[in-house]
Design a binder for this molecule. Structure first.
Ligand code: NI
Length: 170
């Protein structure tokens, strides 16, 4: 198990949409890769991590928002949004944009369909933080960062912080 380097804003892999993942082709490598992703997410104290954030152009993300303080590890392979409802506007951040936080409007309630670690389909409705995590991580798989969704005015407010969050190749 390895804690991997988290890619930062400005790196091409974060801007590149991930093609549909061939589960059978990745199956053998998946357990080891997921262990690394969970370890990397925990080390960075995140609630979600998408494959492009460890430099991989794979349609795969992990989420654990720890509802009521208990682990709830979700593996999302080829996730799709089934439905979106309502609106919430909360502060959002991203491990690929350290130090950048902004309030962003998202749907309040999101139903997602994906394949799990075992390759079987699952569906779940998330609200609150989980709904935001679903939208945030799915955006990563489409090559989008949360700051891309800010209004022009809100983008200006975080511009200095975004510049300061340029890649560091340690
Ligand atoms: Ni992120």
């Amino acid at each position: 198990m390895t804690v991997r380097r988290v890619t930062k804003h400005g790196e091409r892999v974060l801007k590149t949409p991930c093609p549909p993942l061939d589960y059978e082709a990745l199956k053998a490598e998946l357990p080891a890769l997921l262990k690394d992703m969970w370890a990397t997410m925990a080390a960075a104290r995140g609630v979600g991590l998408a494959a492009p954030q460890v430099g991989l152009n794979l349609r795969l993300a992990v989420i654990d928002v720890k509802p009521e303080g208990k682990p709830q590890r979700l593996v999302l392979i080829n996730p799709e949004i089934v439905s979106l409802d309502g609106e919430q506007k909360e502060e959002e951040g991203c491990l690929s944009l350290p130090g950048v936080y902004a309030r962003l409007a998202r749907a309040a309630r999101v139903r997602v369909r994906a394949l799990g670690e075992d390759g079987r389909p699952w569906e779940m409705t998330g609200t609150g933080l989980l709904a935001r995590a679903f939208q945030h991580e799915l955006d990563h798989l489409d090559g989008k960062l949360f700051v891309d969704r800010l209004s022009f005015e809100d983008k200006l407010k975080v511009l200095d912080a975004v510049k300061a969050a340029k890649p560091n190749w340690d």
